[in-house]
Design a binder for this molecule. Structure first.
Ligand SMILES: [Zn+2]
Ligand SMILES: [Zn+2]
Length: 262
């Protein structure tokens, strides 16, 4: 009989009744099965060897990341607001320390996730904090550990409180999204997951169908993304890796980067 399993490559958690030998997320050509084949781990193994590290990025914005790095190594970002806290993206570990920290900040009122590579153990997070998970219906086939906390959206955006918006950008996945925080710094902040991928130089973004497999997007898709970006006001971007904190001129750098695609 199968047990609850976590894919060691992408961090997705599978329920006991999942009968396949391979991870559905890693088999898709936007991810990869590692050389040597599929590897699985468990909640208890993950909890023994890792913890969730919490770091304040700025007022009301906290990074949550599995330490040492596990699987893709993305961070989740907790945004505090008077009308309700939002968890942006998700990480495969939920330990007592982070639960206590988040409860001390008022809990989580909604979870929004950029795309299926970060669905990880979203069910555990949503059920622990008794909050909805907002997911685009276009990606429903990538949900492997379902919960009645999931609420599908089909429009181009979701309006939260305090003018915060979840905006569909597309590209990497049809429903790849960003979270827009227009009021936190006066000029606008974008949390982008890997909808846009900032380089180590902090001067260039790429947007691709698959980052690990180096598969580009059709140019018509890039043209659509350029139009969407021009309409959003922001000066800061926080990406999925912890170095990806671009705290000024982010819109200018993103637009310049996208001009290279022609
Ligand atoms: Zn996987
Ligand atoms: Zn991805």
């Amino acid at each position: 009989m199968n047990k609850v399993r976590i894919c060691a490559t992408c961090g997705t958690k599978y329920p006991a009744d999942f009968n396949e030998e391979q991870c559905l997320i890693c088999e898709d050509d936007r991810q990869y099965v590692p050389f040597g084949g599929q590897k699985w781990t468990s909640d208890s193994d993950l909890a023994q060897k890792h913890r969730v590290k919490i770091k304040q990025l700025k007022t009301n914005v906290f990074e949550l990341i599995v330490d040492p790095v596990f699987a893709i190594g993305q961070r989740a970002i907790l945004v505090l607001s008077k009308s309700g806290n939002i968890l942006w993206d998700c990480i495969p570990l939920l330990d007592e320390n982070v639960i206590e920290f988040i409860r001390g900040k008022g809990g989580i009122q909604a979870i929004a996730i950029s795309h299926p590579h970060y669905y990880s153990n979203m069910k555990d997070w949503a059920e622990t904090f008794d909050c909805p998970i907002l997911l685009p219906k276009s990606e429903k086939d990538f949900i492997v550990n379902s919960t009645d906390k999931i609420q599908f959206w089909t429009a181009d955006k979701v309006d939260f409180w305090e003018d915060i918006q979840l905006i569909r950008i597309g590209g990497h996945f049809p429903g790849s999204s960003i979270l827009w925080l227009p009021k936190l710094n006066g000029k606008g902040i974008m949390l982008c997951g890997d909808t846009f991928n900032l380089s180590l130089s902090m001067k260039h973004f790429s947007v691709m169908y698959s980052y690990p497999n180096r598969i580009p997007l059709p140019i018509k898709d890039i043209e659509g993304i350029k139009k969407k970006i021009r309409k959003i006001e922001f000066d800061e971007i926080y990406g999925f890796w912890p170095y990806q904190n671009l705290v000024t001129e982010a819109k200018k750098i993103l637009i310049q980067s996208l001009k290279r695609y022609k």
